[in-house]
Design a protein around this ligand. Structure first.
Ligand code: OAD
Length: 245
């Protein structure tokens, strides 16, 4: 059966996305030869311990990659998932990405389990700010501070060593349990607990489709594996569904 047929037949399809869905928007992935973690050691620039020890170093790194996020635009893969949702063929997107590109493409039900770089949080009083509105402060201060309490600010994203936001993780698990089809797009699934989500869906009886440009270590869990760029494959699936209707 084609993936379009599987989606059409499914009662509830849920997507799980990773950095690969944003690769065609010019955002680098984390692993692999050209991945971010081949240039930087995540333990020393993206862990909560490193932030606590040397927030200046963390912010130098965050500023260096931040402009890429600000300038990125949704690509055809993000738009295809938004279209699937609008066609009532996709219940929700659970994403490990912090770029907000799926919402900008039009997706409404997006569960962000690793936070969103479009927000800044005060590590002391937990006040939240829009990153866009804080751009001056972020570029002027080595370690930006909260305008209310003076505490150190941090992007509202999950760093290594931090727990995932409970509400979002619970909702993600619920979505996995309720799905009978899981579309995993552009994720190596090497980071837990996100990496265990397909197993949750699988145990609840879901079929699993992986769309990824390369082989991944979890391919054996998939019922279907489609290799190639998500920005080409997902729009083709959407086109095929439109023909079936
Ligand atoms: P990874 O970099 O680990 O994996 C990205 C996946 O996308 C790989 O399997 C690539 O083969 C695939 N890929 C690359 N380009 C693609 C394209 N155009 N179309 C389809 N697939 C493509 O990224 P994630 O799995 O998202 O966490 O990484 C998970 C977490 O690790 C991130 O959320 C982040 C990171 O450390 C934290 O920072 C907490």
């Amino acid at each position: 059966m084609s993936i379009a047929d599987e989606i059409k037949r499914a009662r509830r399809t849920v997507a799980l996305t990773g950095a690969g869905i944003s690769a065609e928007s010019g955002l680098g992935t984390f692993r692999g030869k050209d991945g971010l973690w081949s240039k930087y050691d995540p333990a020393s620039v993206a862990s909560i311990e490193s932030f606590a020890q040397d927030p200046r170093k963390f912010w130098n790194f965050a500023r260096e990659i931040g402009w890429i996020f600000i300038n990125a635009k949704p690509n055809p893969a993000h738009i295809a998932l938004a279209e699937l949702e609008a066609m009532r063929q996709l219940d929700a997107v659970v994403t490990q990405n912090v770029d907000g590109l799926q919402q900008r493409a039009g997706s409404r039900r997006v569960i962000e389990i690793h936070g969103n770089a479009g927000r800044i949080i005060c590590t002391r009083c937990l006040a939240k700010y829009s990153t866009e509105k804080m751009v001056d402060r972020l570029s002027q201060q080595d370690v930006p501070t909260c305008e209310r309490c003076g505490g150190p600010l941090k992007p509202d994203v999950v760093l290594f060593g931090e727990p995932l936001p409970k509400k979002e993780l619970d909702l993600a698990v619920k979505k996995m349990r309720s799905a009978d089809l899981l579309l995993a797009v552009g994720t190596s699934l090497e980071v837990y607990p996100a990496a265990s989500l397909p197993e949750v869906a699988r145990k609840s009886g879901a079929k699993i489709v992986s769309i990824d440009s390369k082989r991944t270590s979890w391919d054996n869990l998939c019922d279907y594996k489609i290799s190639g760029p998500a920005g080409e494959i997902l729009p083709r699936i959407v086109q095929a569904i439109k023909i079936i209707f």
